[in-house]
Design a binder for this molecule. Structure first.
Ligand SMILES: Cc1cc2nc3c(=O)[nH]c(=O)nc-3n(C[C@H](O)[C@H](O)[C@H](O)COP(=O)(O)OP(=O)(O)OC[C@H]3O[C@@H](n4cnc5c(N)ncnc54)[C@H](O)[C@@H]3O)c2cc1C
Length: 467
């Protein structure tokens, strides 16, 4: 029987990063993945393919609507969805092969098959052809991720009533895509098809989109996406989804309790994701789940069975690739005797719509609920020279600082390249910068990042320079 110091089950951004770090630290490491390609949800049907389609559709949108303003005259551009999806598949292929290369380079043994516990130290790998192999492992890291969730009354036929996985592989551009759920995934994929010419209607149960983010971001994103032609039905509870041939009918109740019906040719159900533990036979190892079906862990990501750890989407916390990866590193370093730490408050969240939305730290709503005395600085992107040069005028940066100490407690941005700019805010907050610290740092001109400095200046109570 093969023996390992560590076996990782699942090769998403949690699992493969954990395996690499374990191997770097000298631990004999194995990874088990049930699919033939490495990289999990993120690389195969999540972060990477969605961003590939967002980028392609953004080029199309620019060619269609913005080139002429820049003095570039082209014939009416046409969207070739088949090529777009093929390019997306090429990107996924290169990226997942990169992970296989990293496994080889780090001498990690890869098992293709479903991993299941035989005991707390033995894991069975069941391959596609039904054959099995059992391995012995001192430690195991469960990194089995998540799957799309649905509503109990919805039948996902995966043709017209679809999840994000199918939305990344459509064969035609929908005429009318109804998106159930105004969270990150729904808005990103809704944006892709809106740009390609679909009518897009988002039906959301809450009274706002991206409900966990700062209310100001939610309002601005709603405004900008409406301007782009996306429709929203907020405070609307879906009651039924019925398919009839090529038509799908969504019946819902609005906030007055009145029935509303919206018909489309595709319905994307993006109401969140659920932890995935099917097939693991956790009971054979004695590993407990919590009330929401997540693997229960302590602050060291250790389960109730001391040699078994769990990370990423399958445990509590934000379902984000970089959170999963940080947890993978944390567990690996602990197993090697180190004492790492994750500051969960500083895990940034991003929505890759255009403009992009990004945030780190606490929202104004959270801080008010906690009774923290705060001051808020704002700066609109349209006041920047860089924004006018590129034509990306929408959005703002909002910085929340502690009223007394001036420490930055939250940075919330919507605007061009916010996804990349948020790293500056994470760095500042990691070093517990005050708003004045940021306001006094030189920011290159002309850049979108100047809005961070200006918003910080506004938060200190001084007047932003370019207002
Ligand atoms: C459309 C979409 C877009 C997204 N965009 C972003 C984004 O831009 N940024 C971001 O941070 N996050 C994004 N996410 C979320 C991100 O994909 C997840 O947070 C991340 O993949 C979680 O990583 P993980 O390692 O925990 O699990 P996963 O990536 O889900 O990987 C788990 C792996 O375990 C394997 N597995 C499961 N059970 C077994 C078993 N018993 N044996 C062997 N293998 C098994 C699965 O096949 C899978 O490969 C997106 C998700 C979706 C769906």
């Amino acid at each position: 029987m093969s023996q390992f110091d560590v076996t990782v089950i699942g090769s998403g951004p949690g699992g493969y990063v954990a395996a690499i770090r374990c191997a770097q630290l000298g631990l004999k490491t194995a990874i088990i993945e049930k699919y033939p390609t490495m990289g999990g949800t993120c690389l195969n049907v999540g972060c990477i393919p969605s961003k590939a389609l967002l980028d392609s559709s953004e080029h199309f949108e620019n060619a269609k609507h913005n080139f002429a303003n820049h003095g570039i005259i082209i014939d009416e551009p046409k969207a070739d969805l088949v090529r777009m999806i093929a390019r997306k598949n090429e990107v996924v292929d290169q990226t997942t092969k990169g992970i296989t290369f990293l496994m080889d380079k780090n001498k990690i043994t890869v098992f293709e098959g479903v991993g299941s516990f035989e005991s707390a130290t033995q894991i069975k790998v069941t391959k596609n052809d039904g054959s099995t192999e059992t391995i012995d492992s001192k430690y195991t890291i469960i990194a089995t991720g998540s799957k799309p969730s649905s509503l109990p009354f919805i039948t996902l036929d995966k043709e017209r009533v679809i999840t994000s996985t199918e939305a990344l592989n459509l064969k035609e551009i929908p005429k009318h895509l109804v998106v159930i759920g105004g969270g990150v995934i729904g808005l990103e994929l809704g944006s892709v098809y809106k740009r390609l010419g679909s009518e897009v209607t988002v039906v959301e149960f809450m009274d706002k989109i991206i409900p966990t983010m700062d209310g100001a971001l939610s309002k601005e994103l709603n405004k900008v996406l409406r301007k782009q032609g996306m429709k929203f039905m907020l405070s609307t509870a879906v009651q039924a989804v019925e398919r009839n041939g090529d038509t799908v009918k969504v019946t819902a109740k609005d906030k007055k309790g009145e029935e509303v019906v919206v018909e489309g040719d595709y319905v994307l159900v993006s109401v969140g994701r659920k932890p995935y533990t099917d097939g693991l036979s956790l009971e054979k190892a004695g590993v407990d789940l919590d009330e929401r079906g997540r693997v229960k862990t302590n602050e060291h990501l250790q389960t109730n069975v001391s040699n078994i750890y769990a990370i990423g989407d399958v445990v509590a916390g934000a379902m984000l690739a970089h959170k999963a990866s940080e947890e993978g590193v944390l567990v690996a370093e602990q197993l090697a005797g180190q004492k790492p730490h994750i500051n969960y408050n500083l895990i940034p969240g991003v929505v890759y719509t255009w403009p992009e939305v990004a945030a780190v730290g606490k929202t104004e709503e959270q801080l008010k609920a906690e009774g923290v005395a705060i001051k808020v600085g704002n700066f609109p992107m349209r006041a920047l020279g860089r924004s006018r040069a590129s034509g990306d005028l929408d959005g703002f940066i909002k910085i929340i600082a502690d009223e007394k100490t001036d420490e930055v407690l939250g940075v919330h941005m919507i605007g061009a390249r916010a996804a990349d700019m948020i790293a500056a805010a994470v760095t500042a907050m990691e070093y517990r910068a005050s708003a004045e610290d940021i306001a006094r740092m030189s920011h290159a001109h002309p850049t979108f990042a100047e809005a961070i400095k200006e918003a910080a200046l506004d938060a200190t109570g001084k007047i932003a320079i370019h207002m």
